[in-house]
Write a protein that binds this ligand. Sequence first.
Ligand code: HEC
Ligand code: HEC
Ligand code: HEC
Ligand code: HEC
Ligand code: HEC
Length: 325
Amino acid sequence: MIVDVCERFNPHRIAIRALRKELRRSGVFENPLMKTLCMGSILLLFLACIALPSHTFGAQDENRITALRELIEKYDSSGCRECHQDIYDQWQGSHHARSLMGLNGWVFMSKYLKEGVLATPNPAKATKANFPCAKCHLPQLFEASDAVAAELAEAIVRDDKETISQLNIGCLVCHNSKAVIHSHPEKGVLYGSSDLGEHTEDYPAIKKSPFMKSPLFCGQCHGLGPNLEFETPVQCATLYGSYLHAYIPSGGSQSCQDCHMPERNHACPPDFNNREETSARLKAALPMEVRFLNYTFHPKEGELIPMVVVETRITNKAGHRIPDG
Ligand code: HEC
Ligand code: HEC
Ligand code: HEC
Ligand code: HEC
Ligand code: HEC
């Protein structure tokens, strides 16, 4: 019970739950002396949970977003449109601009919230634990409270496309939240390819982040394998693993940005909603060479069997396996 109370104070629930399980399994509770010692330690842990300021555990941040509308507004990209019209239009046509939607606007999380390990019987009670997918599809959700996750779950379950389409991997996710890895991104700073002393009122400074040119920048979301850090581990995109372990060792030298953002075009193709363009791109990416050898087999007098040998060779010109996922 004490541990249960502590869990509520401590976001490191998994660790405490694991400790309790381990203690039970080890059978120490059967020895009265050990039981007293263990309960004493757990009591100390409990007191520490209450006594230490909550930010020690990275819990409630005063600036934590508490409403879905607030999350949408904080990460809204439309303020950048005025001056970066071309980039905005390219981005808006990309999958990054509809990262909670699959093919033709399908709100794919509805399936996962209704059945399977991430399902919730009551969306109003959903928490961030129902959204490991947000790690890559909506990383800003982790700056918000569980109440926001519940609002999001409700919007998903009622198929509220208007709201869902406003939740995306926008300018600020890439140019702030995901733009640096060796420190936390600074508030009010945008990162790009050079230092700019003057920018806008809301974002007065642009800082240089060489990391944004690196394939790992994209690899943060384009995946290496299973995401085991969650209570319910998930696996989705793993393409960065293929880039790193197959393309680079076999002599590949281009980055994701070279191939997918030529001249920093933010459209990031392929766009699977555009079937014609996607199939033309895949044809160019996977050229197929076919060679024939026709001959006639003549096993005995008067018997002629037409034969053909077909040799096909498909070359993958992408920097990773296709398809991914
Ligand atoms: C009032 C106009 C204005 C607004 C609004 C604006 N920018 Fe800019 N931005 C500029 C100008 C001018 C430059 C410098 C020239 C350039 O690189 O396009 C710039 C440069 C940048 C760069 C650096 C480019 C590089 O060299 O790597 C980034 C990144 C950027 N802006 C992102 C944004 C984002 C994201 C927003 C919205 C939050 C935004 N800007 C809003 C005018 C604006
Ligand atoms: C490690 C990051 C990551 C996690 C975690 C993740 N995804 Fe993905 N997902 C991606 C990326 C990147 C893509 C697009 C690129 C690709 O498929 O290679 C994608 C694509 C998809 C697509 C196809 C979208 C389309 O436009 O057709 C669906 C559906 C999807 N994910 C659902 C989920 C669900 C549901 C979860 C949670 C159970 C999840 N993903 C977890 C990174 C992730
Ligand atoms: C998926 C991540 C991603 C998203 C989303 C994104 N950018 Fe970028 N952006 C990049 C990368 C990567 C570069 C190249 C950085 C470099 O070369 O150092 C870049 C470059 C830029 C540049 C410099 C362009 C130039 O020609 O020098 C500007 C300006 C910019 N982005 C603005 C925006 C705006 C505005 C949005 C939202 C509409 C946006 N970006 C969304 C990743 C992103
Ligand atoms: C914050 C996480 C994140 C980052 C950073 C990111 N992506 Fe994505 N990307 C996604 C997700 C999620 C999708 C799929 C969205 C959907 O359709 O549901 C996606 C879709 C794409 C697609 C469209 C094809 C597809 O399978 O949907 C391409 C191409 C792509 N990303 C390339 C890049 C490149 C190149 C970079 C680095 C410059 C990058 N991404 C950075 C998360 C990210
Ligand atoms: C040598 C060029 C090249 C490099 C490097 C490269 N890609 Fe690709 N990528 C392609 C080609 C070609 C396709 C096939 C579709 C197309 O052309 O649009 C593709 C397809 C994709 C897709 C769609 C996958 C699917 O399931 O159909 C995603 C997502 C993607 N790339 C992301 C990335 C990311 C992230 C990186 C860096 C880790 C990267 N790419 C590196 C050329 C490249």
